[in-house]
Design a protein around this ligand. Structure first.
Ligand SMILES: [Zn+2]
Ligand SMILES: [Zn+2]
Length: 153
């Protein structure tokens, strides 16, 4: 009787030799499905990722690693959090003028639509309550989107 561990010992080298490239953490011998055809046109044994998927994953990981240390998104988030908090604690910024509710966030009066100069321009900032901000955003195609016809704040 061959134990599972022994089976793996026997099969592992063969799998490795068969294809170094397609060997992944998913053992091929557990799979009894026929090979699939990947989107790239390659024939891929069941239970493994296609070379193109592995390559994409590696590129994606590299891309993520590259932007992680000085993540612009992270920098933006912490800068925005700090700046908007400071803005809201300023005098006269406690409430949203239109509804009188306590302001919990900073809104761009004119949607910046990706214009970073406008986005960070404090004269374009207004304290806003969450509820009104949500309903304002609902009238736009996303935060940086175009105003929907007739949609006015
Ligand atoms: Zn592929
Ligand atoms: Zn409100």
């Amino acid at each position: 009787m061959t134990t599972r561990a022994e089976m793996i010992e026997i099969l592992m080298p063969r799998v490795r030799v068969a294809s170094q490239a397609i060997f992944t953490d998913v053992p091929t011998w557990r799979c009894d499905q026929p090979p699939r055809i990947c989107g790239c046109g390659g024939k891929v044994p069941c239970g493994v990722r296609c070379e193109c998927q592995i390559k994409h994953k590696q590129e994606y990981d590299r891309y993520q690693d590259a932007r992680r240390p000085s993540s612009s998104q992270g920098g933006y988030n912490s800068r925005w959090r700090a700046s908007s908090k400071a803005f809201l604690s300023g005098s006269g910024h406690e409430r949203y003028v239109s509804c009188g509710m306590p302001a919990t966030m900073v809104d761009n009066r004119i949607p910046a639509k990706g214009d970073m100069a406008l986005f960070w321009d404090r004269s374009n900032w207004q304290p806003m309550c969450r509820r009104c901000n949500l309903s304002k955003n609902a009238r736009h195609d996303g935060g940086f989107g175009r105003p929907v016809a007739g949609g006015r704040v």
